[in-house]
Design a protein. Structure first.
Length: 352
C-alpha cells in the first residue's frame, strides 16, 4: 500500500510501487453527516462523491470456514526472519513462492499457464508471480474468470532498529497473501464457484506494481477477459469506529461494494475518505487490470492510516497481526465472493 508522511504543510502519500509522493487529489474534502463524502465543485457547490446506502442488508452471523491458526501459520512463515523480507530477485522470495505453490497444489488448484510460476523481468531481476486456477462448476459460466490477488513480495531490509534490519512485511502484505491462500483452500474444497477463479500472488509490487502489470498484459494475449479483479492488501489489523469491515478503493467507480454487501447480507465493504483522497485505486495491483481490460478491478484493505505504524519498517512483524480479525475478514469475504462467482449475469458494473 502507501506510506502517509505528515509535514507541517500537507499530507503526502508515497506509493509502494512509486518513488514519487502523491498529493491528495481533493483538497478541502470533508465528511458530511447527511450527504456522505463531499468535495467543493467548480460552481461553488459541493459535489457528492458517496452517499451512504440507505437500506443495508440485515447483518448475519458468518460461518467460520477459515481459522485464525491457519492464517497465523502462513503469515508466520512468509514474514519470518528466514525469508529476509521477501525482496524480489532473492533466494528468499523463491522460498515464499515455493511455499505458496505447495499450498495451491495441496488445495487442488492447477497452474493456469504451463507452470505455477509466471516469470517476468523485474528491472534486471527475475520476478515470479504465482498463478493457480480453479475451474468453475457451470458449463457456461466457467468460461468467465474472476481474479483474486495480492502481492507477496516486500522490500527486504529497512533502517535498523535495535540491530534488526529485516523488513518482515507481515501486514504488507503477508496478511493479504495468507488471505488469498485461505480463500483458495476454501473454494477448492467447497466448489461453490460457477465461474472460474484465477488466484494470483504478485511479485515486484514494491518495485512499481510490475508483477500485476505483467500478468494483465499476458492475459490480454489469451482468450479471456476477466469479469472482476479483487485485490487484497494489508488486512492484518482492524479499523476502529467503522460500520464496515474493509474499505474498497475506487468505491464510487463501480457498484462492487453495494452488490458485494447484498450478496454477503451485511455491510462488509465500505467507503474510506482517505482512499479517495490519496487515490489508492491507482496505487495497488488492481490498477493494471483496470488499465488493460477496463473491468471492475479494485482493492480491499483495513489499513486506515491510524492503525499501523510500521509501514516499510522492521517492526512489521507477524507477532503484531490480529489473526482473529484476519479470520473474520476471510470469512466475511467468502459469501460476497460467492455471489460474484455464481450470479447468472454479470451484475458488477463499472460506472465510468
Amino acid at each position: 500500500m502507501r506510506k502517509l508522511v505528515l509535514t507541517a504543510c500537507s499530507a503526502l502519500l508515497i506509493a509502494c510501487g512509486s518513488t514519487s509522493p502523491v498529493k491528495p487529489v481533493e483538497e478541502g474534502a470533508a465528511q458530511n453527516a447527511s450527504n456522505g463524502y463531499t468535495v467543493p465543485a467548480n460552481n461553488g457547490t459541493e459535489e457528492v462523491l458517496f452517499k451512504p446506502t440507505e437500506k443495508l442488508p440485515k447483518a448475519k452471523d458468518f460461518k467460520q470456514y477459515v481459522s485464525p491458526e491457519a492464517l497465523q501459520k502462513d503469515v508466520g512463515f512468509l514474514a519470518s526472519d528466514a525469508l529476509k523480507g521477501r525482496e524480489t530477485g532473492t533466494p528468499e522470495i523463491e522460498e515464499a513462492a515455493t511455499y505458496i505453490i505447495k499450498a495451491f497444489q495441496d488445495a487442488g488448484l492447477q497452474p493456469y499457464f504451463t507452470s505455477y510460476r509466471d516469470k517476468f523481468d523485474a528491472k534486471g531481476k527475475s520476478g515470479y508471480n504465482v498463478v493457480g486456477v480453479l475451474e468453475g462448476t457451470d458449463p457456461e459460466l466457467k468460461k468467465e474468470y474472476v481474479i483474486i490477488g495480492a502481492h507477496y513480495d516486500h522490500i527486504g531490509t529497512a533502517q535498523a532498529e535495535n540491530g534488526d534490519v529485516i523488513a518482515n512485511g507481515a501486514n504488507d502484505n503477508a496478511s493479504g497473501t495468507a488471505t488469498v491462500m485461505a480463500l483458495a483452500r476454501y473454494f477448492a474444497k467447497a466448489k461453490t464457484n460457477k465461474r472460474s477463479i484465477l488466484f494470483a500472488l504478485f511479485s515486484a509490487e514494491e518495485m512499481g506494481l510490475l508483477g500485476s502489470a505483467h500478468l494483465a498484459d499476458r492475459l490480454k494475449s489469451t482468450s479471456i477477459t476477466p469479469y472482476v479483479m479483487f485485490n487484497i492488501e494489508m488486512v492484518g489489523l482492524p479499523m476502529s469506529d467503522k460500520d464496515y469491515t474493509l474499505y474498497l478503493t475506487g468505491y464510487e467507480n463501480s457498484n462492487l461494494a453495494q452488490q458485494f454487501n447484498a450478496y454477503a447480507g451485511a455491510k462488509v465493504l465500505g467507503f474510506l475518505p482517505q482512499a479517495k483522497q490519496y487515490n489508492l485505486f491507482k496505487r495497488s495491483d488492481n490498477y493494471a487490470f483496470y488499465q488493460v481490460f477496463k473491468i471492475p478491478a479494485q482493492t480491499v484493505s483495513t489499513f486506515d492510516f491510524t492503525n499501523f505504524d510500521h509501514y516499510h519498517k522492521v517492526g512489521d512483524e507477524a507477532s503484531l497481526m490480529d489473526y482473529e480479525h484476519m479470520a473474520n475478514v476471510a470469512n466475511q469475504l467468502i459469501p460476497g465472493l460467492e455471489g460474484i462467482l455464481t450470479t447468472p449475469s454479470q451484475e458488477i458494473i463499472w460506472n465510468e
